[in-house]
Design a protein around this ligand. Structure first.
Ligand code: CO
Length: 648
């Protein structure tokens, strides 16, 4: 069994505000809510959904010089359960006053962690629910797990305007048993979270509980393989990065770490040092939202989809990480300071992990005539966080490579969503992963907002496709093919999907900055494995997560446009976010552009995904293309082998 060693944290340094993009400290979070409570007549049943740094204007951030005073504004979202109303506030922490306070009609803030627990208790106490359990032979409600999922929006008149979740219920056989092995099929509660009362119990009839346990925890497994020898990663002189508050420099990279309850990890102001200056690449990068739509149409399963950022706040569900288990090597951790429903601060220790990894070969050549070998080892900086959203885990890993490449890798693990099926039945829309246990087909769609600044704020986007030249006078032997760049000048032109067969990628370049060869400096967005949704355009989920329909979206920078699904996706009827932002077809030519990349992971469950899924990976990368004048890693020194230099 793995032994977890001690941890080191950034405690002490994180409480310092040095830069306008530093996340709110725990003290600032508590201060923001107390200022709001003292200056506005908040009701007795108010929940604080968000208390987060209101990021200053971009020009103020870019013009900031170290040591200058830092202005601090907090942005808050509060839900009044009695009024069933949502309010947004801006609090100036410097002056200790509320500078903006407004009611936002017709929206639902995301489902908060406190609501999970209260909802579970309310459902378990409901006599109708208990009776339905008894019908299924379940006498001990303490072993029942009640997972609330947002009810979504299907246009049902009796649900309109109500803050609703639908529960998915499971039964543990003991307190640490994996309850997802025994879904209580055909039973759900529709719960009004404002009133914290059960609106309705739906019972579609009894399906027997699956017979087998699905335990993966060490105490249940016991019989471990014996042939793993220790693998230790040591850096005797320490890591090569330098951390100052939330500022990180490593090799030639310079960036800042941020964190929000909704998005989780945020990377700010990424630049690469070249010829004595830091050249900007990205102003801000983060997950903007994500959704997991399922493909089973029966009973109430059609409602099953989860916007894990916009509906549940994936940042607020982030794991505290453990050295030697989550992260191996010389690790630096950043804590995350967030708010609870009462407006008090809480801290997720070690929420963000940062370390260096050997990444194999950076480049190599052997001169076969002389036998001379030149080889360099590659190293990458890894900045990551992992969140648990109900049954699933998501890891978000940003990699920075010495050659200027930036990569995002999503790691998907945890427990697949399950339902029970009668013995002998074969599901059409799922996979049997254990006897009488059905895992529905589904997809995971992530959208990353990439506020680009390739050597400055004025950027242009091109799509590059590789084209086969037709046979003819220019191509008499039929071998000709070439890469063709097409400008994407407006938002509607820039709604694009991948095309692996044409080697499609998208380049963000700066039309006013040329490299030594006369080309415009640029970075390309390289898609990886990807897919489109299978849902009908008229379906609720395609309206509510319209971003899934395109892999690339480009918008001109607008500070209020932060999410592919809009500001309040929970129970939103649809159309918000990217479809709305882009419908005006604004120009994205030679301006401050934001790329939005949709990443789809297709999940046809396998028996091997049960009882816990080995990590699945998906992602994309940003790669310099003419950003540098030549290979930027010639200056990486050769490494030494124990028996001498590896270049001979
Ligand atoms: Co999955």
């Amino acid at each position: 069994m793995a032994i977890c060693h001690g941890v080191r944290t950034d405690a002490g340094t994180a409480q310092f505000v040095k830069h306008p993009l530093d996340p709110l400290t725990a003290e600032e979070i508590a201060e923001a809510s107390s200022i709001l409570k003292s200056q506005r007549a908040l009701g007795p049943r108010v929940r604080f959904e968000t208390i987060v740094l209101k990021e200053p204007d971009k020009k103020d951030v870019l013009g900031f010089r170290n040591g200058a005073p830092v202005r601090r504004h907090a942005f808050l979202v509060v839900l009044d359960n009695d009024e069933e109303a949502t309010y947004e506030a801006t609090v100036c922490l410097d002056e200790g006053r509320v500078i903006d306070w407004k009611c936002i009609p017709g929206v639902q803030p995301r489902v908060m962690f406190e609501e999970f627990a209260e909802c579970e208790a309310a459902v378990k106490a409901d006599p109708r629910f208990r009776k339905a359990l008894e019908k299924r032979g379940i006498s001990d409600p303490d072993l029942v797990m009640v997972d609330p999922w947002s009810a979504g929006n299907f246009g049902f008149p009796d649900e309109e305007g109500r803050r609703l979740v639908i529960t998915r219920n499971f039964l543990r056989s003991s307190p640490t048993d994996n309850g997802y092995a025994r879904p209580i099929e055909g039973l759900s509660a529709l719960v009004d979270l404002n009133k914290m009362e059960i609106m309705r119990i739906d019972d579609y009839g009894v399906v027997p509980l699956p017979p087998e346990d699905g335990n993966y925890a060490a105490e249940f497994v016991g019989d471990f393989r014996q042939d793993l020898k220790p693998l230790e990663i040591t850096q005797p002189e320490g890591p090569s990065f330098i951390v100052d508050g939330h500022s990180v420099s490593w090799q030639k990279w310079h960036l800042r770490i941020g964190f929000t309850p909704r998005e989780g990890l945020v990377i700010h102001t990424v630049g690469y040092e070249d010829q004595g200056r830091i050249r900007p690449i990205l102003y801000r990068a983060a997950l903007s939202d994500m959704v997991v739509p399922y493909g089973e149409p029966g009973k109430d399963h059609y409602r099953k989809n989860a916007f894990d950022a916009g509906e549940y706040g994936i940042g607020s569900l982030t794991n505290p990480l453990t050295l030697g288990c989550d992260c191996l090597g010389e690790i630096y951790y950043f804590d995350a300071h967030l708010n609870d429903g009462h407006g008090e601060a809480f801290t997720i220790p070690n929420a963000v992990c940062m370390h260096e990894e050997d990444y194999g070969i950076l480049w190599k050549h052997t001169d076969f005539r002389t036998g001379k070998v030149e080889v360099r080892r590659s190293r990458r900086l890894v900045i990551s966080s992992i969140a648990t959203v109900g049954n699933y885990e998501y890891g978000f890993f940003w990699y920075f490579y010495q050659d200027g490449t930036i990569q995002m890798e999503v790691k998907l693990t945890g427990i697949i969503n399950t339902s029970a099926i009668a013995e002998g039945e074969t599901p059409k829309y799922g996979t049997i992963v254990a006897p009488q246990l059905n895992a529905h087909i589904h997809q995971h769609f992530f959208n990353f907002r990439l506020d680009m600044s390739v050597h400055g704020e004025s950027n242009t986007v091109h799509e590059v496709n590789t084209v086969a030249e037709p046979l003819g006078p220019d191509n008499p032997h039929g071998n000709a093919f070439y890469a063709e760049a097409t400008p994407l000048k407006t938002e509607l032109e820039a709604r694009r999907v991948i095309d692996p067969m044409s080697g499609r990628y998208w380049v963000v370049s700066n039309p006013s900055v040329k490299n030594v060869l006369g080309g415009h400096v640029g970075y390309k967005l390289m898609p990886g494995e990807n897919i489109l949704p299978f849902h009908h355009p008229s379906s609720s989920i395609m309206k509510r997560a319209g971003f899934m329909a395109k892999h690339l979206w480009v918008t001109p920078y607008a500070p209020e446009e932060m999410s592919a699904t809009g500001s309040y996706p929970n129970q939103h009827p649809g159309g918000a976010g990217l479809p709305e932002y882009t419908k005006g077809d604004r120009s994205v030519d030679n301006t401050d552009v934001v790329l939005w990349y949709t990443l789809g992971y297709h999940h046809v469950p396998r028996p091997e995904d049960w009882p816990i899924s080995p990590v699945a990976y998906c992602g994309f990368s940003l790669k310099p293309v003419g950003f540098f004048d030549t290979n930027p890693v010639l200056d990486v020194p050769p490494s030494m082998e124990s028996n001498g230099a590896c270049h001979t």
